[in-house]
Structure formats: C-alpha cells, structure tokens
Ligand binder design. Structure first.
Ligand code: SF4
Ligand code: SF4
Length: 98
C-alpha cells in the first residue's frame, strides 16, 4: 500500500530526505519520474506520489518517513492497496527505468 500524508502535516519537510524513492515532494513542487515532470499533486501540504512509494519495500524493513514525522500524519492510502509483491515489483520498475 502506498502511504499518504494527511491534513495534519505542518510542512516541516523532515520526511522528504528519508525517502529512498524520492516519492515525497514539497507542496506545489512538480514531481518527476523517468525524466518526465508532472504537475504537483497538492499545493497545500507535502505530498507522496503513489506511483513512487513502495512503503520502502526492497530498501528498508519499515517505512522511513513515518518515524520522523512530528505530526504522525503519514498513513496507508486506502486507494492504493498493494501486496508486498506488488510493492517490490514497483521498486524494481522504478530502478530499472531511472
Ligand atoms: S514509505 Fe518509504 S517509499 Fe513511501 S514515501 Fe515513505 S519513505 Fe518513501
Ligand atoms: S514529516 Fe510529517 S509533518 Fe513534516 S512534512 Fe513530512 S508529513 Fe508533513
């Protein structure tokens, strides 16, 4: 399951450098994948790109962004219900293409 950031986020940016997949972006910033740039998914709060979040599977045992968040506002995204195998495949696809 990809993770998402809720409205309790205070935009402290602590989670951003923790992500091994560069899946977390400042509000309003465009996100990038395979050399392409895409419009921001959220102009108000720091956001996670579901296509890039593997729940840290393949990199770490636990999601790295969750423990550094002072607001406890990084939670599973019910719209992206993926198995561990799905997440590993996503991680490998991210690495093979860029
Ligand atoms: S769970 Fe891991 S891959 Fe997903 S946003 Fe957090 S640090 Fe990035
Ligand atoms: S660490 Fe938490 S509060 Fe800070 S930007 Fe990330 S999600 Fe928002």
């Amino acid at each position: 399951m990809a993770l998402m950031i809720t409205e309790e986020c205070i935009n402290c940016s602590a989670c951003i450098p923790e992500c091994p997949n560069t899946a977390i972006y400042e509000p309003g910033d465009p996100w990038e994948l395979f050399g392409e740039s895409y419009e921001s998914l959220n102009d108000e709060i720091t956001y996670i790109v579901p296509d890039k979040c593997t729940e840290c599977v393949g990199h770490h045992e636990e999601p790295q962004c969750v423990p550094v968040c002072p607001s406890d506002c990084i939670v599973p995204d019910p719209n992206f219900n993926e198995s561990k195998e799905d997440l590993l495949a996503k991680k490998e696809a991210l690495e093979s293409n860029g």
